[in-house]
Design a protein around this ligand. Sequence first.
Ligand SMILES: NC(=O)c1ccc[n+]([C@@H]2O[C@H](COP(=O)([O-])OP(=O)(O)OC[C@H]3O[C@@H](n4cnc5c(N)ncnc54)[C@H](O)[C@@H]3O)[C@@H](O)[C@H]2O)c1
Length: 363
Amino acid sequence: MSYTLKSNGYLIEINELELSSFHDLMETNYATSRKIIIVDENTNEFCLEYLLTSFDFLREAEVILIPEGESSKVIDLCAQIWETWTDYQIDRKDVVLNLGGGIVSDIGGFTASIYKRGIDFINIPTSLLAMVDASIGGKTGVDLGKYKNQLGLFVDPKAVFIDPAFLQTLPIGEIYNGFAEMLKHGLIVHAKHWADLSSIKEVEKELTIEHIYTSLSIKNGIVLEDPFEGGLRKKLNFGHTIGHALEGHFVTKDPISHGYAVALGILAESFISFKKNFITLSELNEIENVLLSNYESIDLSNENLHEIYQLMLNDKKNEQQKILCVLLIGIGESVINQEITEQEILESLEYLNRLYLEEHKNV
Ligand SMILES: NC(=O)c1ccc[n+]([C@@H]2O[C@H](COP(=O)([O-])OP(=O)(O)OC[C@H]3O[C@@H](n4cnc5c(N)ncnc54)[C@H](O)[C@@H]3O)[C@@H](O)[C@H]2O)c1
């Protein structure tokens, strides 16, 4: 089964890479270009060989290996990449292939877009999160200290090729990271997708290519309507105001993954939606049940909640020093630009901690 979607002037294809139009695109547009493949330690080990052995035109490709993990998403690493490309005399006709998760596509898209005012890049996502989210939509960038994605550009890839076979080597925890973004897609605009995903008992066994396609279509549809996040696209940030702050808070202590942070953010922001009477208690309970059956609660007892709140003051969605957030107004319905107060945020963090204490009271 294969699917294609048209995005903002580029093609997204879900297919076995060898059967996809990847070969034709490379032959047509990049026959004489030098090819640069960016991988991290894991995609170097698990994914690169397939690419190199399946496509003759990649035999001479320059491989850029970056360390695995969010700590790579820094400007210093980008500078090293730019220096290497300069040493290799990479020019504007050359092309970058981002073979990896969201870290590789965020860094690869960003470095390619800045280098010599921009060279083409193609995303070949290998994590679930990158397949359903990070590889499409044109956001590229890196972090600045504790602030996620503080530096970046909107630049679209030339194509995105999604081969679900790459998921075979992805650790189960990473499957759940991507699943959090898929649940978000359902919650913000697509009640049926939420219901379908909610009925899954074991994500790693039951997730299908159709689930991936539906999530992609949701994100792609939103991005097409609002590519530069003037309005509608902000809905995709549901769970991310509090999620990013939690991710930033723990980054120098005991890092938590982006997907897990988003799952916690979904819980906290659903709680605020409930407190504002936007959703009912039974809707909150439904969300809680689904999220807690897939993700562990988090112990915030020893954390300075005010410090976590402070991190939200720099969120890109804020306007006029107000913290603006996406909230739910039902399952599958959401509303952007909702001001949330310090007290509401602190209460939602206390709620997360209460969930943890309730789960662990008999342990
Ligand atoms: N640009 C966007 O629109 C967008 C959207 C969502 C998230 N993001 C960003 O994406 C990042 C998270 O992405 P992620 O969850 O993919 O993280 P990631 O890139 O770190 O990948 C997760 C882990 O899986 C490993 N991995 C990836 N593919 C593998 C495979 N096939 N086999 C074995 N191991 C594999 C990676 O090496 C890494 O250890 C965050 O920095 C987040 O901010 C960007």
